[in-house]
Ligand binder design. Structure first.
Ligand code: PLP
Length: 392
């Protein structure tokens, strides 16, 4: 089968895997055990990875300690939880109001809702426009004296729409409110430069950019402002107290190397995946009745979300049995539920249920793209014909 679901996860790059390998069996020390060589070697590998992640994000490196603003976690879900719950708990002196927006990933939305429902916070969930963008003016209007945190994703995972992070960051700075961004889909695909970008907390996950699953990081700004967080895991005080727990050394090594490769190839990879995505999309449009969901002028280079008039996404996915892709709708036990992201963009439930997400990646070829595009045109045409013949 052909894999066009790189927004869900990516295969581990061979170079990443080879770099990780020794850290399972040979260099297996605990990075916190500095009294012997095993621990020291593991600690040196973690230090290197910390600087590699920092380099990808434009964060200050430190040759002696490793970048001090990178906190390793088990992935983006944990990083989002730590950022939001940790910042909220550290800021109760200022207030208990949080702002987010409606197309966030569940790891942000449900964390905010938990704080609202169980910890006495007030939550503003901002709407988006038809392209899935938040209006920066809405953020400005929502900020109150007791607002402690704005959480806004860098890029949406279903449509690839880029959100106005820099504009919102400037507004947050002006009002002295912290900005967290879930950049899980953006890291390694668009340029992020935290030396300039006005973001205080940023979540990322290795498995979205050819690193291993179950490892990620939270960037926590230490200067202007110095962000305070209440840890959510208590224990041995690892990660400068932000995240206790023995470090996943092989995973962290993999995250570092994956970040390094992305940094080195960011512009070529962006150009290459965008041209594959555009080629895919152009051919598919020959089927007619195809709508692009999201912001065609401001989205990730590697993803497209398409609706096909008259055809349910799950039917299309089932007919494309040798292609791995996602429907825009999440299936649950009650049946097909239209994506909360597409619905929030004002797309009606029927069209939302007619959507699929295709995401290309590092190993995708032109041949694969052409094969899938032709097949989609053919399957869509066939399904529409069947439907009209049933109708008569
Ligand atoms: N946030 C976004 C935008 C995502 O796309 C994902 C991945 O599914 C996550 C968070 C969760 O990341 P992780 O799998 O590392 O917990």
């Amino acid at each position: 089968p052909i894999y066009l679901d790189h927004c869900a996860t990516t295969p581990v790059d061979e170079r990443v895997f080879e770099a990780m390998r020794p850290y399972f069996t040979e260099v297996f020390g605990n990075a916190a055990s500095s009294s012997h060589a095993f621990g020291q070697e593991a600690a040196a590998a973690v230090l290197r990875a910390r600087n590699q992640v920092a380099a990808l994000l434009g964060v200050e490196q430190d040759a002696r300690t490793g970048a001090r603003e990178i906190v390793f976690t088990s992935g983006a879900t944990e990083a989002n939880n730590l950022a939001i719950k940790g910042a909220a708990a550290a800021s109760t002196g200022k207030g208990k109001h949080l702002i987010t927006q409606v197309t966030e990933h569940k790891a942000v939305l449900e964390t905010c809702q938990y704080l609202r429902d169980h910890q006495g916070y007030e939550l503003t969930v901002l709407p988006v426009d038809r392209q899935g963008r938040v209006r920066p003016g809405d953020v400005k209007d929502a900020i109150r004296p007791d607002t402690v945190l704005v959480s806004l994703m860098w890029a949406n995972n279903e449509t690839g729409t880029l959100l106005p992070i820099r504009e919102v960051g400037a507004i947050c700075r002006e009002h002295g409110v912290l900005l967290h961004t879930d950049a899980t889909q953006a890291v390694g695909k668009v340029l992020i430069d935290l030396a300039a970008d006005p973001v205080d907390l940023l979540s990322l996950s290795a498995h979205k950019f050819y690193g291993p699953k179950g490892v990620g990081a939270l960037f926590v700004r230490r200067r202007d402002p110095h962000v305070r967080l209440v840890p959510q895991f208590h224990g041995g005080g690892h990660e400068r107290g932000f995240r206790s727990g023995t470090l996943n050394v092989p995973g962290i090594v993999g995250l570092g190397v994956a970040a390094d490769i992305c940094r080195e190839h960011l512009s070529d990879e962006t150009a290459r995946t965008a041209s594959l995505r555009d080629r895919l999309e152009q051919t598919i449009q020959q089927a007619g009745g195809v709508a692009i969901n999201g912001d065609p002028a401001g989205r990730l280079p590697n993803v497209c979300n398409l609706s096909f008039a008259g055809i349910r996404g799950d039917k299309l996915v089932a007919a494309l049995d040798d292609v791995a892709l996602s429907t825009g709708s999440a299936c649950n036990s009650a049946g097909v539920e239209a994506s909360h992201v597409l619905r929030a963009m004002g797309i009606d439930a029927q069209l939302a249920a007619q959507s699929i997400r295709l995401s290309v990646g590092r190993s995708t070829t032109i041949e694969q793209v052409d094969y899938v595009a032709d097949k989609i045109v053919q399957v869509v045409t066939d399904l529409r014909e069947q439907q009209t013949s049933y109708a008569v």
